[in-house]
Design a protein around this ligand. Structure first.
Ligand code: ADP
Ligand code: NI
Length: 214
C-alpha cells in the first residue's frame, strides 16, 4: 500500500469518534479542495496531500488545549511509514501553522504547500458547509443561535462585541466573514468569494425571517 492510502486509513481510524465538523468527511473535503487548489500551483503534491490528511489529526480543542499532540501523532505515524525526514518536517510545520488563530507567538514558517492546505481548510469553514459546521459546533457547545439584543457586525465596539460572544451568529463576524481576505492562492480567493457571498445571503435571509418579514 502506498503512503497516501495508508495515511487515509490511519486518519479515518483516528477520527472515528470525532465531532461532526472535524470528522473524516471534513478531512476528505479539505483533501479535495487542496488538490483543486494545487492544480494551479507549483508545489510538492505529496506534502500537500499529507498536510491536508493530517492537519486535524488531534485538534488541541479536543485534547485539553495540548497543541503538541497533533504534530507528535503525525510524526510517529509518518516515521512508522518510513517517510523521509524532509517530508515529515514540512508536514509537521503545516500542522503547526495552519490554524486561523495564530497562537500567542509570531509564526515564521511559510511555504506554498502550507498556503494551499490552509486555503483548503478555510474553504471548508465557508459557504453552505461552513454554515452547517458553525451551527453544528455551536450545538456541540450548547450555544445560543442568535441574540437580537446584540446584533453582531464587523464595526461593533469592544463592549458590544464581548456581549455578543457565545452566539453562533457572532462566529460569522468574528471569523467566517474575515476569511475571504486572508486567502493565499488565486483559486482559493475565487472560491472563497463565492462562498462568502452565499453566507452574506444566508445572513440577510436569516435576519429577515427573524424579524418576521417573510
Ligand atoms: P480550524 O481547526 O479549521 O482552523 P476551527 O477548529 O476553529 O478551525 O473551526 C472548525 C469549524 O468549527 C469551523 O467550521 C468553524 O467555523 C467552527 N467553529 C469554531 N469555533 C466556533 C464557534 N465559536 N462558533 C461556531 N462555530 C465555530
Ligand atoms: Ni480542518
Amino acid at each position: 500500500m502506498g503512503l497516501i492510502d495508508s495515511t487515509i486509513l490511519f486518519v479515518k481510524q483516528q477520527l472515528e469518534n470525532a465531532e461532526g465538523g472535524h470528522d473524516w468527511f471534513h478531512i476528505e473535503r479539505v483533501y479535495k479542495n487542496a488538490l483543486l487548489i494545487a492544480d494551479g500551483e507549483d508545489c510538492d503534491l505529496m506534502v500537500v496531500k499529507l498536510g491536508a490528511l493530517l492537519h486535524d489529526i488531534a485538534d488541541s480543542k479536543f485534547h485539553d488545549g495540548d497543541e503538541s499532540i497533533g504534530p507528535k501523532t503525525a510524526r510517529a505515524f509518518l516515521e512508522s511509514q518510513n517517510a523521509s525526514e524532509d517530508v515529515i518536517e514540512h508536514v509537521i510545520a503545516i500542522i503547526e501553522n495552519i490554524s486561523f488563530k495564530g497562537g500567542n507567538f509570531e509564526k515564521t514558517f511559510h511555504s506554498k504547500e502550507l498556503e494551499i492546505v490552509q486555503d483548503a481548510d478555510r474553504l471548508d469553514a465557508l459557504g453552505a458547509i461552513g454554515i452547517a459546521r458553525a451551527f453544528n459546533y455551536g450545538g456541540f457547545k450548547n450555544r445560543t443561535i442568535f441574540n437580537p439584543n446584540v446584533q453582531p457586525n464587523l464595526n461593533m465596539s469592544k463592549e458590544e462585541y464581548k456581549n455578543s460572544n457565545g452566539t453562533t451568529l457572532n462566529h460569522f463576524y468574528e471569523k467566517l466573514l474575515l476569511l475571504k481576505d486572508k486567502m493565499n492562492t488565486v483559486t482559493g480567493k475565487k472560491i472563497a468569494l463565492e462562498r462568502h457571498n452565499y453566507m452574506q445571503n444566508f445572513l440577510s435571509q436569516f435576519y429577515a425571517e427573524w424579524d418576521g418579514e417573510k
